[in-house]
Design a protein around this ligand. Structure first.
Ligand code: DC
Length: 222
């Protein structure tokens, strides 16, 4: 069984994928974390993010693994656990650019499809329902008012990096910029699949969204 959850940043996809994973006892995959991991790897190698030739070469030098510890996924690049590092501001600011390159997408999409080949999974991202798993058993598209999403992102960032200072307005500005970039790029833009169930989560708490998703899954008798 393949369940996909797409939507813009801050719409709660990761939290819900984790909750469903626990409830249904099947793994979840945060595909944004894969784009973030590659972006972190390039920044760490001090590569210009405009240098497509160099980036292409480095794609084959990144050994990427996912380890599940408890109910959490850990992202390991060339032996180093970078699960927290990929959430930093520099990666967040630059990941849209890296994820817009077609060759980067093709590489990561092939990994994502392999992960879904022989097992059930909950995949969350931007193009899961449109490109990666067009035949998924059930597709969700979550969306919410950008101001609400920015507040959620702001709270997440404070929780992840308690010693750093963040400004809400800046988080909103960057989120809008990323939305624009992700939904207007040439390859696999953020878009709702025609057969996805769309849910406006602006006025719902995470448990209410979970109940809605669960009801749709139960109804399908998957
Ligand atoms: O979900 P996130 O904010 O961690 O995603 C990071 C970036 O990766 C986001 O700017 C868009 C990109 N992304 C993508 O292009 N395709 C996906 N399936 C998932 C994320």
């Amino acid at each position: 069984m393949i369940i996909v959850i797409d939507g813009p940043s801050g719409s709660g996809k990761s939290t819900l994928a984790k909750m469903l994973s626990k409830q249904l006892n099947i793994p979840y995959f945060d595909t944004g974390a894969m784009y973030r991991s590659f972006c972190w790897f390039l920044i760490n190698r001090e590569v210009s993010l405009d240098d497509q030739e160099k980036i292409k070469q480095l794609l084959n030098e990144m050994k990427f693994e996912i380890q599940t510890i408890g109910n959490e996924q850990h992202y390991i690049v060339n032996g180093t656990d970078i699960s927290m590092k990929i959430r930093n501001e520099e990666v967040t600011r630059n990941v849209s650019k890296v994820s817009a390159y077609l060759f980067v997408r093709e590489y990561l999409v092939s990994i994502q499809r392999k992960l879904g080949e022989s097992r059930s999974g909950i995949f969350e991202g931007r193009d899961m329902g449109t490109v990666v798993f067009p035949n998924a058993d059930i597709k969700f598209f979550l969306f919410a008012d950008p101001n609400i999403r920015a507040v959620r992102r702001f709270e997440q960032m404070k929780a992840n990096f308690p010693l750093k200072k963040f400004e809400k307005d800046r988080v909103l500005k960057e989120l809008l910029k990323r939305d624009e970039y992700d939904s207007t790029r040439e390859h696999s833009p953020l878009k709702q699949a025609g057969d996805a169930i769309s849910i406006d989560v602006s006025c719902l708490d995470v448990n209410q969204v979970f109940e809605k998703l669960k009801a749709h899954i139960d109804e399908k008798k998957l």
